[in-house]
Design a protein around this ligand. Structure first.
Ligand code: COA
Length: 249
């Protein structure tokens, strides 16, 4: 368990809080482990009928912890046991409906995990971005398939390759979110939606979700992306990008 992931279950809803606000909820290996365990627990426990992702503080998540990326870049053997893969696979096979409440920045996996959520609520002024190429990296979490399918190739490419951020209102218009709301109303709306899902017949909710997602395809895409991503992580250009982030101040 990571102190930076809080797991609470109430009235059929498991709330997963990214709770590392001083680092903008950047996700470490230990946090991925806790998230993967929690998703496994949600799948195994019939009393959990919906999962809600939220971030503590002003931001949803600054994405993968860049110090972990920098470490993997020089210790490639550590990648084999990285918990991020366990988390991504758990997202791909999840049958329990997933809901997200997004305020502030959602960078990298902070945005790509939303593509696995069934209901997404964002603040009007949220900023969703996937600046993988700026970091000399490539898309992950099946986003190479899911993002262009959702918003079209040109917009997805601008997000991946140019690092263009999308605000909450645009995200809702493009079909990345159900609704964009004034900041401060997002969490209550998302929680209400999660409770509404928890009250529906669970077998039918899960069957509908299964019909709408090709879990096996998603897993294959994730694994294909990982091969390229790991190759990129070890590149000199990626190492330079990680150094630049930590040396910029
Ligand atoms: N990994 C590790 N640490 C991170 C981080 C990340 N992804 N994002 C932010 N942090 C840390 C910073 O190093 C800083 O730590 P410090 O206080 O010990 O110096 C702290 O969080 C605050 O970050 P800061 O950049 O000052 O916050 P901000 O509010 O000005 O900006 C962001 C917020 C999210 C826009 C900015 O932090 C950012 O761009 N982060 C990197 C996002 C990224 O590239 N993620 C990887 C995607 S694949």
């Amino acid at each position: 368990m990571s102190e930076h992931i809080r797991v609470e279950v109430e009235a059929g809803v498991m709330t997963l809080t990214l709770a590392r606000p001083d680092k903008r909820n950047a996700i470490t290996d230990a946090m991925y482990a806790a998230l993967a365990d929690a998703l496994d627990q949600a799948e195994a426990d019939a009393a959990v009928r919906a999962v809600l992702f939220r971030g503590e503080g002003e931001h949803f998540s600054a994405g993968n912890d860049l110090a972990d990326f920098a470490r993997f870049a020089v210790e490639p053997q550590a990648i084999a046991g990285a918990n991020v893969f366990r988390f991504l696979h758990a997202l791909a096979r999840a049958q329990t409906p997933l809901v997200a409440a997004v305020e502030g920045q959602a960078v990298g996996v902070g945005t790509t995990l939303l593509l696995h959520c069934d209901l997404v609520f964002v603040a009007d002024d949220a900023r969703l971005s996937t600046p993988f190429v700026n970091l000399a990296l490539t898309p992950e979490a099946a986003s190479s398939l899911l993002l262009p399918a959702r918003i079209g190739h040109p917009r997805a490419f601008a997000m991946f390759a140019l690092g263009e951020a999308v605000d909450g209102q645009t995200a809702a218009q493009w079909g990345l979110a159900n609704a964009a709301l004034p900041s401060g109303e997002v969490e209550a709306r998302a929680l209400e939606a999660a409770h509404a899902l928890a009250e529906r017949p669970p077998g039918a909710v899960q069957a509908a979700k299964r019909l709408m997602r090709e879990a096996e395809t998603l897993r294959m895409v994730i694994d294909r992306e990982v091969e390229i991503f790991v190759e990129r992580l070890g590149s000199a250009e990626a190492q330079a990008a990680f150094r630049a982030f930590f040396e910029r101040r």
